[in-house]
Write a protein that binds this ligand. Sequence first.
Ligand code: ATP
Ligand code: MG
Length: 603
Amino acid sequence: MRVSRLLLVTLRDDPAEAEIPSHRLLLRAGYIRRVSSGIYAYLPLLWRVLQKIAAIVREEMNAIGALETLLPQLQPAELWRRSGRWAGYTAGEGIMFHLEDRQGREMGLGPTHEEVITDLAADLIRSYRQLPVCLYQIQTKFRDEIRPRFGLMRGREFIMKDAYSFHADEACLRSTYEAMDSAYRRIFERCGLRAVAVEADSGAIGGSASQEFMVTAEAGEDLVLSSPDGRYGANQERAVSLPADPVPLEISECRELSTPGTASIEALCSGHGFDPTQTVKVLLLLARFADGGLQPLLVSLRGDQQLNEVKLANAVATRQPPCGGLLDITPLTAEQVEAEGLKPLPFGFVGPHLEDAVLKGARRWQPRFLRLADPTAVDLQRFVCGANATDSHLAGAAWGELTPAPEAVDLRAAQPGDRCLHDPFQRLEAARGIEVGHIFQLGRKYSEALDARFTTEGGVEEALWMGCYGIGVSRLAQAAVEQHHDGAGIRWPVAIAPFELLIVIASAQDPLQVSLAEQLYERLTAAGVEVLLDDRDERAGVKFKDADLIGIPWRLVVGRGAAEGRVEVVERAVGERRDLEVDAAVADLTAAISRQRSRRPGV
Ligand code: ATP
Ligand code: MG
C-alpha cells in the first residue's frame, strides 16, 4: 500500500476533544474520526489493526473449540422482558438503545447477547449429547453510555467479541471457564499487551465466579487493588480486605450527648474526642425498581468506612422479590421526605434505631426500611451514633439494647493500604486499569428465565449451565496505544500493527531513491512483509514526523545512501538507526519481523 493512496490525514495539533494520550494519538495519526458522541469511524489504518486483533481472537477461540457465529443486533423486547432485563436496560440509567418498528413492536439494539443466544439454545439444544457447546461472534455492540469518553475506550458503538457456553453441569462450565481464562491470557500476550486478571463483580447473580482482564494504565477508569505478593487482585467494586481494628470505647452504658451543629463524623470526632472507628454512621437511601417500587434503605457502617455502592446494589437486588430489576440507589433527601408527606428526618443525627414508624403514611415508598449493616459496624460492642434527634448523639450505644443488630453484609469499600485477607502483612496497592476482557460463570439465571432446558443422561429435564466471555476489541486497540507510545507517537506491537514496515523515500524528486524504494517495496512484499510505502512528494522531515506518529514498528529509509546501495533501518520502539547495505537490510528485516509476528504457541 502507498501512503499517497491511503487518504492519510494527520493532525499537527492535539485535538481539543481528546483527554488521554491514546485518544489524541489515534485522532492525530489518522486512525479514527469522531462522528458523534461516542461514535467513531474506524479509518483504513485502524481497520487493519482491528482485523489483526480479531484474527488473533479467532485463532484462540477456534483453538478451544468455540464456534464462530453472527447474531442479530436488532433484538425483540419480548426476549428481554422474559429475562427480566428490559426495564432495567431501557428505563432510568439503562444503556440500551431502543425503538419501535413500523408495527409498533419494541426492539432494542444489542448491548450484549445473553437473551438471544439463550433463546436459540432453548430451541436447538435437546440433549446432554449436544453439550458442551460454545459460540462466539465478533460484532458491533450498542450501548447508550451515560459518559461516553476517551474515544474507543468508552464508545456508544464498539466492537466486542462475545462468547457463550452451555453445559450439562457446573464442573463442565468451570472447565470451559478455565480454558477461556488461558485463551484470554494468550490473546492479550499475543497482541503485545500487559494485562492482569483480577476478581470482578458478578452483579446480583451472586456466587458465580467472574474475572476481568485489566491493562494497567494511568488513564484506566477502573481501580484495581492487589497485594504486593501477586496472590490477590480485584476490581475495587469487588475487593475485600481486613478493616483496621477499632479503638475500644471506654463507656459502659448508653448516654445522650448534646452535639449542636455536628452533623458529620469528622465534626463529631474532633469536637468530642472520639475516634471514627468508635462511631456508627447511618446512610438513608432510596432504591428504585423497574416495576415502580421504591424501597427506603437504612445502611449502617462504621464511621471510618466508605460505602461500596456496587456491593450495596448487589445486596439490595438479591434481597428484594422480583421487581423487574433494580434501577438505581440514591441518597434520600429532605425534599423527597417532604414530597412523600412525611415528617422531616433528623439528617446528620440519624441512628440505626430509627423506627419504621417514620415512614408511616408514605405515598409511594415501602413503609419499612430494608436494614443492612457492614460487619465493621455490627461487630462494635459499644459505639457512638446519632440519637435520631437534631443536635444530639448517643455515646456507648450497644446492639441489642438499642435495636436488634441488622443483617450483616459486606458493604465496605476496600482501600489501598488495607491489610489483605490472605496475609495481614501484605497491604493492598492501587493501580488504574482498563478492562479489556471479562469472563463469567453465569450459572442458570438466563436458562431458567428463558426456559432453556436439556435432557440429562438420566432422562431428567434440567436448565442449562451457562458462561459468557467478552473482549472489547476496539477498546483493546486503543489500550495497546495507551501502553505503547512515546512523545512522538504510537509504537504498535508488530502483531497488531496496521503494517509491519514503512519504507520512506527521503526525496521523491530523486529518481534513484524512488527506484530503489520501489524495488525494495516489491521485494519485501513478495517476502510476505506487510509494507507501506511513503511515496508522497513531501519534505523528508514531514514524512519522518508522520512515521513516528503512525507508529509502524519498522522503518526503512531510502535516502542519499541509495547511490551506494545503502539504506537506513529503524525500529520504532527502540529508536536506534542502522545504516545497512540493501541485501543485509532485507535479510535483517524479514528475520526480525517474522520473529515478532504473532503466532499461536507451538504452531
Ligand atoms: P465497563 O465496566 O467498562 O462499562 P462492562 O463490564 O459493562 O464494561 P462487559 O459487558 O463486560 O463490559 O463487556 C465486555 C467487554 O467489552 C469489556 O470488558 C470491555 O472491554 C468492552 N466494553 C464494554 N463497554 C464498552 C464501551 N462502551 N466501549 C468500548 N468497549 C466496551
Ligand atoms: Mg465487564
